[in-house]
Design a protein around this ligand. Sequence first.
Ligand code: IPE
Ligand code: IPE
Ligand code: MG
Length: 253
Amino acid sequence: MTFDPRDSRGDRDILSLLDRRRIPKHVGCVMDGNGRWAQKRGLPRTDGHAAGEEALMDTIYGALDCGVEWLTVYAFSTENWRRPADEVRFLMNFNRMLLERRSDELNEKGVRIIFAGRRDWRVPRSVLKRIELTEAKTAHNRRLTLTIAFNYGGRAEIVDAVKALIASGAKASDVSEKAIAKYLYINDAPDPDLVIRTSGEYRISNFLLWEIAYSELVFTDVLWPDFRREDLFKAIYEYQGRNRRYGKVGDSN
Ligand code: IPE
Ligand code: IPE
Ligand code: MG
């Protein structure tokens, strides 16, 4: 059930097409295509990242509108350190400033902001500090949890979880899926129901490897800076047409 763009209803009405009893609790988002968005306009890649701020804010408001309780966005991967130093520096400062600019507004809307990723020496101290302040300021909120995957890698998360489990004194016989899940960066979230990737790339790029075992995946050609809440609603519409079987025989069989 892909959204039919010929549908005469305006984009804003997509929300009214959604089954409000089957809104995904947790949506993940690989925010990709900033560089290409900028290149198409003859702008430096970093302008594409800057333009992604509006896309992120609109998506968060869309999540609030339709009742998504967990939104996890991929902002910087453990592999993104391989980019040119200037771009990496821009992304570090940009993410810090985005929090400085937006966290009061999000706090007022009842958004809890948390970070998932390695808080290691590569992340500038000023960024780590802003992360901690933002988490503390918004910790009491429950309407929506926005998790920012930053210096995040799915494999690194599993490695870190296993290390922490061993450090806790676990024996081989104590290792189980539940025990590993307890030590993931974020361990109180339900697994994502839906993961969206923008920019026409059909891959996961090390995002939430453990957690997406049974997530529905939706890919869109929209470049991240052009993504708006209507695109989130379209992805949820597509999700609602899927038959989640979890290895069992489907409902229609
Ligand atoms: C996604 O956009 C943002 C980050 C990875 C930080 P890109 O910068 O990957 O944009 P493209 O894929 O090169 O167009
Ligand atoms: C994934 O996008 C990481 C983020 C969106 C932060 P990339 O642009 O880094 O992924 P690849 O390199 O195309 O796989
Ligand atoms: Mg990319």
